[in-house]
Design a protein around this ligand. Structure first.
Ligand code: SAM
Ligand code: SF4
Ligand code: SF4
Length: 403
């Protein structure tokens, strides 16, 4: 494992001048936590394991690769994720059978929804085989899982039908603008918008819906794309979600002034669109949802939905029901965590699957993570000392942990 020192790197927006951002070069993972030995496991009436803040375990995000064919500056900046960067070796990755075994343990503790992510999940060879295995699993009450996937869309046109045939239900596609120059400056590999739109169309044709489109808004980079994106997706049946640029990982050189708060995005949208807030359909929903009004001022569901994921300005930790399993079998309890729990020894060649379930239960029962709430407290009143040691820790990269 390599831990390297800091470098000063040139960011894309300052192509001719060296940026002053100091971006640490890091390696993954950042360390492991011991698995608690004496769990005090509680569960709610529906059988979901509860953490220390009474949050049920419901949602599992599985990263299937730490690699990606994009170099989004907010996630895998080129200066760090270059030819020298050491990705996980093939032997370190959980096999599909191991991932499925792990998923079974999570399901036994209440997980109902699985999101495949990465890195770029569609780069993992034969992903359809994993999807078929996961689709065959059932919850304790005999229900099929809700299986979805987040993708940059680059390989979706080719793969949409086979993913659907394998049992994938839905996709979320990331797209940060409709203008080629803006989008290419964000993906940093010259990837055109049209190919992602083709992927979205293929997903729609294959029935991988309802489709969501995620747009990360970075002030000074793509806010001019907010209205064109909203116009484009209105009435298409595709929900557009605006994501606040987050301080994930340690390599994107995040600065608060580059965050465009969701409230501001909403204000901008309302200069042109008549929107109305919608009530949450489920506890723990990451996005605040808004619908469109028709000419009569009534909510018209056929015009679609707009969502806001406001991890920076409006923390939603109190409902956070998500666990994250990395592609090498580390369990993380928060997107902003710095350390995970190594489940691989319990997943690989373990004749006692119940020990894996017990370990996950023990880990979840101890969970207190609430990074975004702590960040919010600190931002509101920096003079008040808070219990925010978590904020000072170096965080794991999003491409490793799975977004
Ligand atoms: N490669 C896939 C993709 O881009 O959809 C899946 C993995 S990506 C890490 C998952 C999501 O995280 C994407 O929607 C991406 O835009 C979002 N994301 C990555 N870095 C982010 C950041 N710094 N702030 C906000 N969202 C971010
Ligand atoms: Fe790749 Fe997704 Fe990260 Fe962009 S956001 S670099 S597509 S993993
Ligand atoms: Fe969940 Fe951590 Fe995000 Fe809070 S900061 S919502 S605990 S992932």
């Amino acid at each position: 494992m390599k831990v390297r020192s800091s470098v000063v790197c040139a960011s894309k927006s300052t192509a001719h001048a060296v940026s002053e951002r100091v971006i640490p070069i890091i390696s993954q993972p950042l360390g492991q936590l011991p698995i608690p030995q004496f769990p005090n496991i509680g569960s709610d009436t529906s059988g979901h394991a509860l953490d220390r803040l009474n949050r049920p375990l419901r949602d599992l995000r599985i990263s299937v690769t730490d690699r990606c064919n994009f170099r989004c500056s907010y996630c895998m900046p080129k200066e760090i994720f270059n030819n020298e960067y050491t990705y996980l070796p093939q032997s370190a990755l959980l096999s599909f059978e191991e991932i499925t075994r792990a998923a079974q343990s999570f399901i036994a503790l209440g997980v109902e929804k699985i999101r495949l992510t990465g890195g770029e999940p569609l780069l993992r060879k034969n992903l359809e085989v994993l999807i078929a295995q996961l689709a065959a699993l059932r919850t304790a009450s005999g229900h099929a899982l809700d299986i979805t996937l987040t993708t940059n869309g680059s390989l979706l046109a080719r793969k949409a039908q086979s993913l659907k045939d394998a049992g994938l239900q839905r996709v979320t596609v990331s797209l940060d603008g409709l203008d080629d120059a803006v989008f290419k400056s964000m993906n940093d590999v010259d990837f055109p918008v049209s190919d992602v739109l083709e992927g979205i169309a293929a997903a729609q044709a294959a029935g991988l819906g309802p489709i969501k489109v995620n747009m990360v808004v970075k002030r000074g980079t793509n806010e001019q794309e907010i209205l064109p994106m909203a116009r484009y997706f209105k009435g298409t049946g595709i929900a557009l979600r605006f994501i606040e640029y987050m301080d994930v990982g340690a390599t994107n050189g995040w600065r608060m002034h580059e965050v465009m708060p969701s409230a501001e995005v909403l204000q901008l949208l309302q200069t042109e669109l008549a929107l109305t807030p919608l009530t949450a359909t489920q506890k723990g929903e990451t996005a605040e949802r808004w619908g469109h009004l028709n000419a009569q001022g009534e909510h018209d569901p056929s015009l679609g939905e707009i969502g806001f994921i406001s991890s920076v300005t409006k923390a939603f930790c109190s409902d956070c029901n998500r666990a994250r399993l990395t592609t090498e079998g580390q369990l993380y309890l928060c997107l902003f965590a710095s350390q995970g729990y190594d489940l691989k020894p319990l997943v690989r060649d373990n004749p006692h699957p119940e020990s894996l379930t017990q370990a996950i239960a023990a880990i979840w029962s101890q969970r207190t993570d609430r990074y975004s709430e702590l960040r919010r407290q600190e931002m509101n009143d920096p003079s008040v000392p808070s219990d925010s040691a978590a904020l000072k820790r170096r965080k794991v990269e999003m491409s490793y942990i799975g977004g």
